[in-house]
Design a protein around this ligand. Structure first.
Ligand code: G3H
Ligand code: ZN
Length: 287
């Protein structure tokens, strides 16, 4: 059974650790993430971007697949199925499709419009027992077609959105989607501290988790971050392991054309990456 992400994130906030959001793209990806989290006894949020949702033929397919996998794999740790960087329409579709959590990314609207749309979705999501994340400021870089300016979030605007009753808040603090450029200045911890103080201890979300140095992750958690999103890093290790398998010529031995064998090294690499992140975020044994 899926759960919303509220309780797992309140526990993380109070216990000073981070819950991972790992984005998923297909069955193998989902299986690798769930296997790692069950083995590490970690709660998990499965993130689905709008692009990944389309790729998997729609949110209803994703919800049905994830629910069935949680059951048939005998998963005992809490699992939330969460729309990542959702539009208003995407949020409506996921509420309908049986997700347990949504993110409404209204960061590209004016604050007034972001507030109005978030308010409406908070009421709807909560009436269905779902959790909801909102975004203020902007995450830099590009992820799955979502382009961000990297604007640092304004604490007053964060307070306005938090007051609507959202369950967790994504705030731009210099974080970037994808691989960080060599001249990246790092996270803006002063901004994070101001946002944390202005938002009544709401669990904060750190997007763009790929490649953030370990000590910055630890500091972010100490300043109220309870959810850390990882996407690109799993894609990188999947691609590397798959390429290696093919380049080694194993798929010419009469075995490699079997998709179950071809995709296995990549899936194993995702599993290992998830375990590494779970250790780093301190959430092993918390599920
Ligand atoms: O929304 C998902 C993320 O923020 C993941 O970011 O691809 O940089 O790990 P990433
Ligand atoms: Zn993100």
């Amino acid at each position: 059974m899926l759960v919303n992400a509220t309780e797992m994130l309140l526990k993380a906030r109070d216990g000073h650790y981070g819950v991972p959001q790992f984005n998923i793209n297909n069955l193998e990806w989902t299986k690798a993430v769930l296997t790692a989290c069950e083995e590490m006894k970690s709660p998990v949020i499965l993130g689905v971007s709008e692009g990944a949702g389309k790729y998997m033929t729609g949110y209803k397919t994703v919800a049905a697949m994830v629910k069935a996998m949680v059951e048939s794999m005998g998963i005992t740790v809490p699992v939330a199925l969460h729309l990542d960087h959702g539009s208003y329409e995407g949020c409506m579709a996921c509420i309908e499709a049986g997700f347990s959590s949504i993110m409404f990314d209204g960061s590209h609207y004016s604050i007034e419009e972001n507030v109005a749309k978030t308010k409406e979705l908070v009421e709807l999501a909560h009436s269905k027992g779902m959790s909801i994340e909102a975004e203020v400021g902007s995450i830099g870089g590009v992820e799955d077609g979502v382009v961000g300016t990297g604007e640092i979030a304004d604490p007053e605007e964060c307070a306005k959105i938090t007051a609507l009753g959202i369950d967790f808040l994504a705030a731009g603090i210099g974080n970037i989607h994808g691989v960080y450029p060599a001249n990246w200045k790092g996270l803006d911890f002063e901004a994070l501290d101001r946002i944390h103080k202005a938002t009544n201890n709401i669990p904060l979300v750190l997007h763009g988790g790929t490649g953030i140095p370990d000590e910055m992750i630890a500091k972010a958690i100490s300043l109220g971050v309870s959810k850390i999103n990882i996407n690109t890093e799993c894609q990188l290790v999947f691609a590397e392991a798959t390429r290696k398998y093919i380049e080694e010529g194993k798929d010419q031995q009469g075995k490699g054309f079997d998709p179950r064998k071809l995709l296995a090294p990549g899936a194993k690499a995702i599993e290992a990456k998830c375990k590494e992140k779970i250790e780093l975020f301190g959430c092993a044994g918390k599920g």
